[in-house]
Design a protein around this ligand. Structure first.
Ligand code: C5P
Length: 227
């Protein structure tokens, strides 16, 4: 089995991480959730009061970026890798709605992107990796052997995300989830640096009407052609 690189990009809440994890498990590849890295920087900014009335103090954040250590460590109970910020496990904290509401502002900053892309490229330098995000096929690994671009209708995505957050006990309305997805996609797609867009050679997957099993079968066939 060739240790190829698989880039999974797409809109918010299209099941990128579920698919990427499934693939990595099946292929015995490393899995990296790059959204978690942008979320960790956002969590840091919120904790350190770098937002005032939704306005980010960019200069302060950029000046503190070199103090941020972000890495993934295996949780031996769940057998999944979890994100650590300065040696603290922040996996659950970064999934909160407050982080979702600020992350796209942080992800616009070229200084933040530069730092995180460098870490991502280092993690994937030997291949054998499935990485999900927004700019993996376009910027992080433009030479990836397989690129997927995931999408689904906004209603389907919001409903899935809403149910997921409810299961976790977060008090949230469907409308708040829907509005957040639309807002993030809008900012992510229109930012100046590394906007969310489909790489020309990426395979478009609209999973609005696909079950997880159907989707996985389809993608396994694509992987087979490349390994
Ligand atoms: O994947 P997830 O929805 O957790 O990503 C959260 C946010 O992080 C996205 O809405 C986007 O603003 C940012 N992001 C990014 N580039 C990536 C991964 C995530 O800009 N490669």
């Amino acid at each position: 089995m060739n240790k190829i690189t698989i880039a999974v990009d797409g809109h918010s809440s299209t099941g990128k991480s579920t698919l990427a994890k499934q693939l990595a498990k099946k292929l015995h590849f490393i899995y990296v959730d790059t959204g978690a890295m942008y979320r960790a920087v956002t969590y840091f900014a919120l904790e350190n009061k770098l937002f005032e009335n939704q306005k980010l103090n960019k200069e302060k954040l950029v000046a503190q970026l070199n103090q941020l250590e972000i890495d993934f460590q295996l949780n031996t109970n769940t057998n999944e890798s979890q994100i650590h910020l300065n040696s603290t496990n922040v996996e659950n904290k970064i999934r909160k709605m407050q982080v979702s509401q600020h992350v796209s502002i942080i992800a616009q900053l070229p200084e933040v992107r530069h730092k995180l892309v460098e870490i991502q490229q280092e993690m994937g330098k030997y291949g054998g990796i499935v990485m999900d995000g927004r700019d993996i096929g376009t910027v992080v690994f433009p030479g990836a052997e397989l690129k997927l671009f995931m999408t689904a209708s906004a209603k389907t995505r919001a409903q899935r995300r809403f149910e997921e957050l409810q299961t976790k006990g977060e008090e949230i309305t469907y409308k708040e989830v829907y509005d957040n997805l639309i807002e993030r996609d809008e900012i992510d797609s229109n930012r100046a640096h590394s906007p969310l867009k489909k790489a020309e050679d990426a395979v478009l997957i609209d999973n609005s009407n696909l079950s997880l099993e159907e989707q996985f079968e389809m993608i396994k066939a694509l992987v087979k052609c490349r390994t």
